[in-house]
Design a protein around this ligand. Structure first.
Ligand code: COA
Length: 353
């Protein structure tokens, strides 16, 4: 008879406990996505789990059989917004699959989420770009459907090999409507040309941080949301600074660019984050305020940010980004820059009564 499964909460301050959780999590991710598995590194996830966060309560779990780890789970609970929701993670290394580990972990973590008063459960699963777009036949999707989760939003995972020739960045910048070199705005220019582009490496400058936090908070609801039952985040400068401190502890470097409107307000922002551990750059948020759309600002801030990244850190090998499959405009720009599709990410959701 097979030994019973035991599920335990992980203590992130116990090094061995965290490490064995992480190895199972990372092995399961690599099993499906190979080198394009986007995995938080051991130390990045340790720092995140150890953070005392005012915005998110995070928990991790291991599934054990005969004392050996056969599965890894996670739970994240928003503390200031999205109080109805929980983000769940279930990962089982390939050699332990199809024996009920995933189901047992999921049931355990769902019960924890329910006990915390959450009614909307969200999870993610990745599969290679070559597989069917709806994920059918992929273990994560089949598993999720069997457990009552629906695909609420489909994203493409794209990878860009660096460097992009600077002349291509210049060409695309030139094509963007109302091209104007940063800070040199002719008096006669149309209002759209009056945007000032500002970039930096590291924390967001004090003068922009409140507006940056406000734009960042609405990113999830302003970007395509599909059927996701989510609400905008709460903008708070202290929380933003706490996240920056976490990134610093994780050895990450942030590259930020904003477009400042003639009235002095931040009209658009974008952010690339480079991992000190795996060396890759990851595209985080990009958003243009409603009233400033249609001026090519999204493309402009991204190109300027990319140029800064390449000048500051010429050895970064690649950038990964996710785009909603419905975001045709952004995908077209990314294709021109040289991004290739490496996978898909399914955002899954289940609501309970
Ligand atoms: C999805 C995952 C967690 C499943 O783990 P698991 O331990 O194999 O799951 P279980 O053995 O409990 O499977 C339960 C059901 O899921 C379905 N399932 C699991 N793997 C499947 C596969 N490869 N093909 C088809 N169906 C599958 C089956 O319907 C199975 O039911 P059955 O036991 O009646 O056949 C695992 O494949 C994994 O870690 N994938 C990568 C991370 C991920 O995508 N997580 C999903 C988040 S919702």
């Amino acid at each position: 008879m097979r030994a019973a499964l035991q599920i335990l909460r992980v203590d992130p301050f116990d090094a061995a406990d965290h490490d064995r959780w992480w190895h199972a999590y990372a092995a399961a991710k690599h099993a499906d996505m190979g080198e394009d598995a986007l995995v938080w590194t051991l130390e990045e996830s340790r720092a995140e789990m150890q953070q005392h966060s005012a915005t998110t309560e995070r928990r991790t779990y291991v599934a054990l059989r005969d004392g050996a780890v056969v599965g890894a789970g996670s739970l994240a609970l928003g503390l200031k917004d999205n109080l109805h929701a929980a983000a769940l993670g279930v990962t089982v290394p390939a050699e332990h699959r199809q024996r009920g580990v995933g189901s047992a972990l999921l049931a355990y973590i769902e019960a924890e989420a329910r006990d915390a008063g959450r009614r909307t459960f969200r999870a993610e699963t990745a599969w290679p770009a070559a597989a069917p777009a709806d994920g059918s036949g992929q273990p994560g999707i089949d598993f999720a459907r069997r457990h009552g989760y629906a695909l609420a939003l489909g994203d493409l995972q794209n990878r860009l090999t660096l460097p992009v020739p600077d002349r291509m960045i210049a060409e695309l910048l030139h094509e963007a409507p109302h091209e104007a070199e940063p800070t040199t705005v002719p008096e006669s220019a149309s209002p759209a040309a009056g945007y000032d582009i500002r970039s930096w490496v590291g924390p967001v400058p004090e003068e922009f941080v409140a507006e940056w936090a406000a734009l960042d908070a609405v990113l999830d609801t302003e970007a395509p949301t599909g059927d996701l039952d989510i609400e905008a985040g709460v903008a708070d400068v202290a929380d933003h600074r706490a996240d920056e401190a976490l990134q610093q502890a994780q050895g990450r470097t942030s590259f930020g660019t904003v477009a400042v409107a003639p009235d002095g307000r931040v009209a658009a922002y974008t952010q690339l984050v480079v991992s000190g551990d795996d060396g890759n750059a990851y595209q985080w948020g990009t958003l243009v305020r409603h009233e400033d759309r249609g001026h090519g600002l999204g493309l402009r801030v991204k190109l300027v940010n990319l140029r800064m990244l390449q000048q500051h850190s010429p050895h970064v090998p690649r950038i990964y980004t996710y785009n909603a499959e419905s975001n045709a405009h952004m995908l077209a720009v990314n294709t021109r820059l040289g991004f290739v599709a490496t996978g898909r990410l399914g955002e899954l959701q289940k609501r309970i009564g």
